[in-house]
Design a protein around this ligand. Structure first.
Ligand SMILES: [Zn+2]
Length: 684
């Protein structure tokens, strides 16, 4: 029952941790726009700008036990969480909320999750009918139908089916298939031979056994089941795409008829699966990983029904564990958070229940959230800022030396076509078909999973709804969608330290300005540039320009590959390339826009606040939003799975490519992070 956002998630500002929580440390209400007390001025800016700006903050903000990292994002998430808490509690305590109203559903869903006595009494009771059903399967066809039934509850033994715009006909929604089925974060964890990977596999085997012991299996039975599951997952890992392969939009676009899929990957009855999934007719489908479907077809044919029954059983219990009784929740935490990421303590129940309800009833909560907390002025201000940023990028594109006129023309057209969404959707989702009560958290979760699945799957074969949002207003994040060619800024990110109505312009341009620039340039990063102004996967670059672009981005790949983050693990310059391009591009155009703004408003470039000029404050502000402390295990996990570079390199990597940064902080050739002008890429 874990929700996946892989498709929208490709172009996020950050990947949020799946375990975030801390004890609230309320900052002073009068906190300055930039708190210079958080700096460590004993550090030379050219040696480590990240710690120069954030050193004292880092030393005085250790990671809380129930978190795996803690930084500016988490601080805002926690503040925002208090706002959500107040409105959710209000819904829970309102005895007069009309039955069937959003308020009733929010209140009851939350109350059911908070009722620890009932949750512990219930245990796996709501799942029992599904376990029984799995135990009675007798043919491969039965297994396929069962897997389809489970998919509606978010359980994905083999792959995900989801609706999204056709990458080559972006006005229509089609069915897509994406690999799944692994219990570890990605396929490398099954095949790598290093000590860390071996340990994680050993711990995962133990986790499977622990879960089965909770289901009253003997030690011997649990061990056998664990070996069997590991064996199947390892085989699946062998034909799964790597994270890097998944970043290639062309390689993951393989639209075909279901009949062709059947020929392409025989051994698995795809028609049966798709027709069992819902009433929606699916005739053609995009297969993201053809290698995976072929491999799965073979594996499915060569593995016994009994083994598949055990596998389905495992997927059901393992993916449901975080929402069951305390024994399952604890075992899930012990492996996925403690052992894998180094989190010391479980977050309080109210925070995890809030995460679930806020995700399942996303826009129902979003609607109340923005009524209460989102000032209409913010929308106006951000819309203006976006217009300024777009203007700045237009100037930069026009002045580019490396790009030909033909490509420039297409780039400018794409830029002009970018749609902008700020705050919250114009129309809200209707939750009236969903029934929620206080009786059972798991039952509520299954009902909402099914409701959300049907909502999604029913889009297949229909035109794309341009008004739809891929993120809720209460989310502290932002995204670019290549198929819609749009940038989206939910209400929750339009707060300090990203956007502060009381701050000087330098601070806002250095924070939310760069965020806007970051999302905008995603339309032109190594992936985004492969889509045209209408959101279709369609190469609009001249060959020569594409080559010159790659020469420049190649410099970024090398730079980030050179950052040794921990032990012998370096940042993966290719995996993080799109985000690094967006960080560098975001900085470049936000700075350009700020310079225009300074001129227009007559801001004195030499007038200092707290001892820093406006341009210096722009860079300080940028470095501030990426401050964080992170656990070793979480860092290692992210180096392998997160398409974003760690906060430290989002600062020390990106800034040292910006010429103005060298000027205003007087960076010298002898400084550790100095790069010669030839080493610095020029992209935008
Ligand atoms: Zn991004």
């Amino acid at each position: 029952m874990k929700k996946e956002i892989f498709k929208w998630g490709k172009y996020l500002l950050v990947i949020l941790p799946f375990a975030f929580a801390c004890n609230q440390t309320e900052q002073s209400k009068q906190e300055p726009a930039i708190n210079t007390a958080y700096m460590d001025t004993t550090i030379n800016p050219g040696d480590d700008f990240y710690r120069y700006v954030n050193g004292t903050w880092m030393a005085s903000n250790p990671i809380p036990d129930d978190k795996t990292r803690y930084g500016a994002f988490d601080e805002l998430i926690e503040k925002n969480r208090e706002k959500l808490k107040s409105l959710i509690n209000d819904a829970m305590n309102d005895k007069n909320a009309p039955k069937g109203s959003n308020k009733q559903k929010i209140g009851d869903f939350y109350a059911s999750g908070m009722d620890s006595v009932k949750r512990n009494e219930e245990g796996i009771k709501e799942l029992q009918p599904y376990f029984d059903k799995i135990s009675q399967l007798s043919t491969k066809e039965d297994v396929i139908k069962m897997a389809a039934e489970l998919q509606a509850y978010g359980i994905t033994p083999f792959f995900y089916i989801y609706a999204s715009p056709d990458e080559k006909n972006s006005s229509m929604v089609i069915a897509n298939m994406w690999q799944a089925g692994l219990g570890l974060p990605n396929r490398d964890y099954y095949v790598k031979k290093d000590e860390r990977s071996e340990t994680i596999r050993k711990d995962y085997l133990q986790h499977i056994q622990n879960i089965y012991k909770l289901l009253d299996k003997t030690d011997k039975e649990a061990k056998q089941l664990a070996d069997k599951i590991m064996n199947i997952e390892t085989k699946m890992a062998e034909f799964s795409f790597t994270n890097l392969e998944n970043r290639d939009p062309q390689a993951t676009y393989n639209k075909m008829s279901v009949a062709d899929l059947q020929k392409e990957a025989s051994g698995f009855d795809w028609e049966l699966f798709l027709s069992s999934l819902s009433n929606v007719q699916i005739d053609s489908i995009n297969i993201a990983q053809v290698k995976f479907t072929k491999g799965l077809g073979e594996l499915f044919a060569n593995t016994s029904v009994d083994n598949w029954k055990d596998f389905l059983n495992w997927k059901l219990i393992n993916q449901s564990a975080p929402y069951l009784s305390d024994d399952f929740v604890t075992e899930n935490f012990n492996f996925y958070a403690k052992s894998l990421l180094g989190q010391q303590k479980m977050k309080p129940r109210w925070k995890s229940v809030q995460n679930t309800v806020s995700s399942e009833l996303g826009e129902a909560i979003g609607q109340i959230y923005v009524e209460k907390y989102f000032p209409p002025e913010a929308k106006q201000k951000i819309t203006e800022l976006v217009a300024n940023l777009k203007k700045a990028l237009k100037i930069r594109i026009n002045n580019l030396q490396w790009m030909s006129d033909d490509t420039k023309k297409a780039a400018l057209e794409k830029l002009a076509a970018i749609n902008v969404k700020v705050g919250y959707p114009d129309k809200w989702r209707d939750y009236s078909g969903l029934e929620i009560t206080r009786n059972s958290f798991v039952k509520n979760l299954m009902a909402s999973n099914k409701f959300n699945f049907e909502y999604m799957i029913n889009k297949i074969g229909k035109p794309v709804d341009k008004d739809e949002w891929g993120m809720t207003p209460q989310t502290v994040n932002a995204y670019y969608s290549p198929n819609r060619n749009e940038i989206v800024f939910p209400a929750a990110i339009l707060q300090p330290p990203f956007f502060n109505v009381n701050a000087d312009d330098a601070v806002n341009y250095g924070a939310i300005g760069v965020v806007i620039g970051h999302e905008t340039t995603h339309g032109f990063d190594d992936q985004g540039r492969q889509y045209d102004k209408d959101g279709n996967l369609n190469d609009w670059w001249t060959e020569e320009d594409a080559k010159k672009y790659e020469e420049q981005t190649g410099k970024l790949v090398n730079q980030y590959n050179g950052f040794m983050a921990i032990d012998s693990m370096h940042v993966d310059g290719e995996l993080t390339l799109g985000e690094n391009i967006a960080d560098f591009g975001g900085l470049t155009i936000a700075l350009e826009a700020f310079k225009i703004n300074m001129k227009e408003k007559g801001i004195d470039p030499n007038e200092k606040i707290d001892g820093f000029t406006p341009i210096q404050r722009f860079f300080l502000s940028y470095a501030t939003i990426w401050r964080q402390n992170i656990r070793d295990k979480e860092l290692k996990n992210r180096l392998e799975n997160d398409v974003h570079s760690p906060g430290e390199y989002r600062v020390n990597g990106a800034l040292f490519n910006v010429p103005e940064f060298y000027e205003v902080f007087n960076i010298k050739e002898t400084d550790k992070l100095y790069r010669t002008p030839e080493q610095r890429p020029v992209i935008w």
